[in-house]
Design a protein around this ligand. Structure first.
Ligand SMILES: NC(=O)c1ccc[n+]([C@@H]2O[C@H](COP(=O)([O-])OP(=O)(O)OC[C@H]3O[C@@H](n4cnc5c(N)ncnc54)[C@H](OP(=O)(O)O)[C@@H]3O)[C@@H](O)[C@H]2O)c1
Length: 198
């Protein structure tokens, strides 16, 4: 398969990239990449990236952020950070990527445990994760040509986060198991799903 991984130098993205490249042709993209620079907050940047690549079988996004602050300190502008990056960055990616994917191909996004479990300072992330879950559930029904859409929702990644401490009430998860979910999303027939690991 020809696969694009956005966020390919991150905690999650680099492990997806390294694992998939053993058996597939994988293109790694991120803002500071020399070969495939992209900023998911900028639609033109996403379009330029796809114009450089061959037609793909799978697109995986593991990039996007939101503001971490206590609820009392969150200003409207703070919410827009997550809305423009992790939410609309991924939504715009789906709108654009579907035009550059082979029939039967897939798009896989990234959300996380904060969509349904509380962690202090994380309201901004919870908001956008939950929105993406609803988006995937419905947008997947309207993709043509057998193109599939799912999101992976991991807990905190062990290593990045102490193994013996809970995050949002759950122990961290092993990155190898998280990568397996991305592999399942691109190789199975599943669509419209939130694939959770926590
Ligand atoms: N780490 C965890 O424990 C964890 C758990 C659950 C969910 N998540 C979610 O998983 C996603 C990835 O997290 P992570 O911890 O792997 O992130 P990370 O280590 O900070 O890496 C982010 C990756 O995305 C790229 N990137 C950042 N902003 C970008 C943008 N606007 N456009 C394109 N590329 C961009 C970065 O490279 P450049 O700086 O060069 O762009 C890097 O390759 C996030 O949505 C996060 O909320 C993470």
């Amino acid at each position: 398969m020809k696969i694009l991984v956005i966020g390919s130098t991150g905690t999650i993205g680099k492990e997806i990239y390294n694992s998939l490249k053993a058996n597939h042709e994988v293109f790694g993209a991120h803002r500071n990449s020399n070969d495939y620079p992209v900023d998911i907050m900028d639609k033109n940047s996403i379009i330029s990236l796809f114009q450089k690549l061959p037609k793909l079988d799978a697109v995986i996004n593991a990039a996007g952020t939101a503001t971490w602050k206590p609820f009392d300190k969150l200003e409207e502008e703070d919410y827009y950070v997550g809305i423009k990056s992790k939410l609309m960055g991924q939504v715009n990616l789906v709108h654009i990527a579907k035009n550059y994917i082979n029939d039967g191909g897939s798009i896989t996004l990234t959300t996380g445990i904060l969509a349904e479990h509380y962690e202090p300072n994380a309201v901004g992330l919870s908001l956008v994760n939950g929105a993406i879950h609803s988006f995937v559930n419905s947008a997947a029904q309207e993709l043509d040509n057998g193109i599939r859409l799912n999101t992976i929702a991991p807990g905190a990644i062990a290593g990045d986060f102490p193994k013996d401490k809970k995050f949002a009430g759950y122990f961290p998860v092993e990155i190898e198991d998280v990568v397996k979910l991305y592999e399942y999303a691109i190789t199975s027939d599943t669509t419209g799903q939130v694939l959770k690991l926590y």
